[in-house]
Ligand binder design. Sequence first.
Ligand code: M6R
Length: 609
Amino acid sequence: MCGIVGILGTEPVARGIVEALKRLEYRGYDSAGVATIESEGHVERVRAPGKLHNLEDKLKASALKGTTGIGHTRWATHGVPNEPNAHPHVSGDVVIVHNGIIENFKPLKDELLKEGVVFSSQTDTEVVAHLIARERAKGVPPKEAVAKVLKRLEGAFALAVIFASEHDLMVGARMGAPLAVGHGDGQMYLGSDAIALAPFTNRVTYLEDGDWVALTRNSIEIRDGEGRQIVRPMNFTQASAFMADKGKHRHFMAKEIAEQPEVIGHTLAEYADFAEKAARLPSEVKIDFANLDRLTITACGTAYLAGLTAKYWFERYARLPTEVDIASEFRYREAPMPKKGAAIVISQSGETADTLAALRYCKAQDQDTLALVNVPGSTIAREAHAAIRTYAGPEIGVASTKAFTCQLTVLAALAVAAGKARGAISRDQERELIGALTEAPRHMAEILKDEKHIAEVAREIAHAQDVLYLGRGVNYPIALEGALKLKEISYIHAEGYAAGELKHGPIALIDENVPVIVIAPQDDLFDKTVSNMEEVAARGGKIVLLTDDGGIEAHGQRTFRRIRVPKAHAFLSPLLYALPVQLLAYHAAVFMGTDVDQPRNLAKSVTVE
Ligand code: M6R
């Protein structure tokens, strides 16, 4: 997935395009490029492999003056991340940027090759540029040429196209990947999201799948997949024009970890009545929990692990059968869904392609759908029957931290509300659980005070080739999350396991070189987890025990290292134990010298399958 932007402006647009691309870098940072129409029929293009700052450096040497232009930040799908594969791509008078994948690019490319077309990149995008140019060569006018080619494309994509000979025209198209039109005064914009357009305008029209749009500086013409002219509503977005900064922190991830006590407080304030110690759901939540046969939760990556944690809560406290699946699996599984069923999809960005597809599947199966997102106005939020949000604020680091714990907070409140609605918990139990939840920010702040010690432990595990994380019950997803965090930012191989599952295979990996992070609050499963820990110790594994004072006193002695987590209600433990595993991953990555906020091969928002 990539970020695309286009501007029909009144001043030179290159700088504005780069400004917008900075806001889209979360979508990919393999290469970036800008093209502007410098004079009629003449396009200038500047592209650079790697991060956006490389493009910025190059642009200093080439003063682009064009007032019509498009730009792109790439996450490589077809072709290595080098300059020839960087967008924009050009053919004849056609200049194009693309987000997504053209799935039938191979037969289309073969067709063009037979006609003698010469390709200068390995991308699927260049095929589209040549197809449109072929229509133009036959005398087909610009927007009709795009419309004709769109009919031949399969896959999920968003496109922005300009024409060297058309100073006042930009064509955009959307099929399965987001695209927004920004309305200015005598200026028009295209962008992958409203955040990219925020420096220019807060008036945004979201295109629907199958739509294409022809923009001039003073007009907008939207057509649907059937070619009918239609009107899509204009929205006033709240996307901030200000870029988040790192404050006093070295990385966004460090800042986002540190913000957790505060943002959990904000999120709790929306979902809990502190005085009554009661769950308080926004009016958007229409799910009739009392009459539900089954809840389905689906998401990707860390958001999926928030869902997996919530399964334990919904089943235990609401006695509600809950199915959780990774969205990329769920969408093709053709899962039968019950008549009285509801589905929750979880996504920080609200743009993840697999999660969006899973949501659409649930809707097609007549499920009542609820989206839990951090970005209001995102595609997933707009498509679900109802959407609620976390109050994490912008999360810039690719590794999800505060969004995860905010998701857990909302899901915990939802589980309590569901338990109450189903008569599975009493009012007293609700008071106890919500009361416990409101303690989370205080406990989190205490954990953060121990960062120096956790950083020392991180340095010790950073030498390992493999790291295992073990957890049981509601802390099993935190073991998975710990391993995911470590892998994605430090590139150290790590796996999370259900502690009881270790003996069924993975224990063969244990030797004195393998650190084993054991997540074990002193709860009703503590003794079982300790038994699994002993099995590891007996085979020489280096145990890093994450537990509370009682756990350290009982079993801390023979472990390699200990990290203390405040004693709290068991309901809270995933929220609290998430922090030391984040800090372990963060400090291991800093020690390894990796690019913590933008780790290799990743992107913050994954809008391709
Ligand atoms: O925006 P989403 O929450 O839908 O993103 C889902 C995953 O791509 C995301 O959580 C990913 O796993 C993170 N990089 C993990 O830190």
